[in-house]
Design a protein around this ligand. Structure first.
Ligand code: KG4
Ligand code: ZN
Length: 345
């Protein structure tokens, strides 16, 4: 079975052709046009610009991927959640192809896509349930129990900022362009993680829920910078060594908070597998910490390959494959872009 998928929910236009034979998936080809260079000038994703750039990129990318190839068996698209200006471009492109080629469509939730990114190019015997999923991106920070393909139970989420958003906002205080997460994590490599005692929000003993709150950590970082850094009124400046220590300590606070909550959830729910997905899953410190914790708890862990940590269409194709097996495709007339829809029932 061959699935052509489109992802355009944020600032990457991605098109992928994925083949599944006997349950094993192969990414035949994937092409992604990143808009980061444009949005970074504005300090974040500008919806109008995103929509226009997705519209400009989508047809050439589809043409590139499909050139010289037969029609796929199915089409898949991210239909929710995300920027409506971007989602609409992917959804309308796929609906047109569905009508033109007479091929069914599978609409996919972006968060589900991030979960399935961990199943790309692995042996399907590694996929076991129940699994616990930590989804950490620019827009989401959630812990979910996955009871089977397409069956999710939300057990914790952020009450304010997402982890990636917290990385990006604190990076901005330091004059680092969007997205700041990867830059902070690079600077953090050379710093001391215990140099500054940043808080671990909602981790105190007795706090037995699995929710997060990262806005307090962002404020703590701001206050620390106000007291300890020079400022030109726009951004804070730190000497190199202190900058490294600041980034390492701040990153450690996020990683430690995520890990503490996740470990508590694993102890309570006893899953067989740990899944880490979303843009922040590219963070090496987070990956190492969760590998260690999984090892100690004797549970398997799946982390997406680096190229599949950020938004990509291959993960959407694979999520679609499992949806075809369970619920089947949707008539293209019923496929709709929606800015906010959850995977939880
Ligand atoms: O999943 P994603 O590509 O887009 C959304 O769906 O939001 O995630 C993007 C987020 C950004 O906030 C970015 O700063 C963060 O992932 N990110 C990282 C790293 N790489 C990307 N955060 C921390 N460390 C990284 N290495
Ligand atoms: Zn994403």
């Amino acid at each position: 079975m061959k699935i052509l998928a489109i992802e355009s929910s944020c600032d990457d236009t991605s098109v992928a052709l994925v083949e599944i034979v006997d349950g094993r998936n192969t990414v035949i080809e994937m092409k992604t046009a990143s808009q980061i260079d444009v949005h970074s000038r504005y300090g974040g994703v500008v919806p109008e610009i995103a929509g226009r750039l997705h519209a400009e990129s989508i047809t050439p990318l589809i043409e590139d991927i499909m050139q010289g190839r037969d029609k796929p068996d199915y089409l898949a698209v991210t239909s929710t959640p995300g920027l409506l200006t971007g989602l609409l471009v992917g959804v309308e492109a796929v609906k047109t192809l569905s009508w033109l080629w007479d091929i069914p469509v599978i609409p996919i939730n972006h968060i589900e896509g991030h979960i399935y990114s961990t199943f790309l190019e692995i042996d399907p015997v590694e996929i076991i349930f129940p699994a616990i999923c930590l989804i950490v991106s620019g827009g989401h920070t959630e812990i979910a129990l996955m009871h089977g393909h397409g069956r999710y139970e939300l057990i914790g989420k952020t009450r304010d900022d997402a982890a990636g958003e917290c990385f990006d906002k604190v990076a901005k205080l330091l004059g680092i362009n969007y997205p700041g997460g990867p830059v902070i994590s690079r600077l953090a490599k050379e710093g001391k993680r215990d140099a500054i005692a940043f808080p671990r929000p909602m981790c105190e003993t007795g706090n037995d829920n699995f929710d997060f709150s990262f806005s307090g950590l962002k404020t703590a970082a701001l206050y620390w910078l106000k007291e300890n850094a020079k400022s030109d009124g726009q951004v804070f400046q730190l000497k190199e060594e202190i900058l490294h220590n600041f980034c390492a300590s701040f990153e450690e606070a996020i990683v430690d908070t995520l890990a503490q909550k996740l470990v508590r959830a694993i102890r309570k729910y006893n899953p067989k597998l740990l899944i880490l997905g979303g843009g922040v899953s590219a963070n090496p410190n987070l990956q190492n910490r969760l590998r260690d914790e999984a090892n100690k708890l004797d549970i398997n862990i799946l982390i997406p390959k680096n190229k599949y940590t950020t938004d990509n269409a291959a993960m959407i194709a694979l999520a679609a494959y499992y949806k075809i097996l369970s619920t089947g495709p949707t008539d293209w007339r019923q496929v709709e872009a929606h800015p906010r829809k959850s995977i939880y029932v």
